[in-house]
Design a protein around this ligand. Structure first.
Ligand SMILES: [Zn+2]
Length: 214
């Protein structure tokens, strides 16, 4: 079973006020988001996922009250985002499936998945979730850790499955895993956005190399 993109599964309390991001913080996350768009792993395509936007990016910030910032929902079609298209997550209650967000737009429908990953491993400070058929279909030859086909994104089962990847040390030497229950879903993470981004690009290049010979 594959979940549609764009459906917000959690209960959201939305405070419609600007996110207090510095110019440096904004330009950093936006540079990686634009890069992912250019690589075709964040975007919107009428032939994929019912034409809904896909992929999102987040980063832990040190602002009072804001846990992390994340790209807004249904922004995939934009080549470059404005500050108003990012959102700050103030609270995330995974058990109750609720979030509080501040921003001029609503957060990505997959924001709770990002919150789950940050909660599992506090050394993770940045997450890029993309949709890459190339990496996803090459998950096996790439030896990518995977969550099972029957586990949809954004569920407590997904949180447990990702936690298990850490417990099994499958994510000890890599910052990327594939979600086989989420069509083309790949997650790269790291101590910084740069580390997460380089992880992603490394696997994209490796997948393209495999696909060229298969
Ligand atoms: Zn997704």
């Amino acid at each position: 079973m594959h979940d549609p993109e764009g459906v917000i599964k959690y209960q959201l309390t939305h405070i419609e006020e600007p996110v207090p991001l510095s110019a440096t913080e904004f330009s950093q996350i936006n540079a990686w988001r634009t890069m992912a768009y250019q690589l075709g792993v964040i975007g919107q395509d009428s032939t994929r996922y019912g034409g809904l936007g896909f992929g999102n990016i987040s980063q832990i910030v040190t602002h009072k009250a804001i846990q992390f910032i994340i790209s807004g929902t249904q922004t995939g079609h934009e080549a470059s985002l404005s500050l108003a298209q990012y959102c700050g997550i103030l609270t995330a209650d995974i058990d109750r499936n609720t979030m509080t967000a501040q921003g001029l737009c609503k957060p990505s429908s997959e924001a709770l998945t990002h919150a789950m990953i940050y909660a599992i491993n506090p050394t993770i400070k940045a997450i890029i979730h993309v949709h890459s058929p190339e990496i996803w279909h090459a998950a096996q030859p790439l030896n990518l850790p995977c969550t099972a086909t029957d586990i949809p994104y954004g569920t407590p089962e997904m949180a447990l499955a990702v936690e298990q990847l850490f417990i099994d040390k499958q994510l000890a030497n890599t910052g990327t895993f594939a979600m086989l229950g989420h069509q083309d879903g790949i997650v790269s993470f790291g101590l910084t956005l740069e580390k997460a981004g380089i992880e992603l690009i490394k696997y994209l290049a490796a997948a393209r190399a495999i696909n060229a010979y298969s």
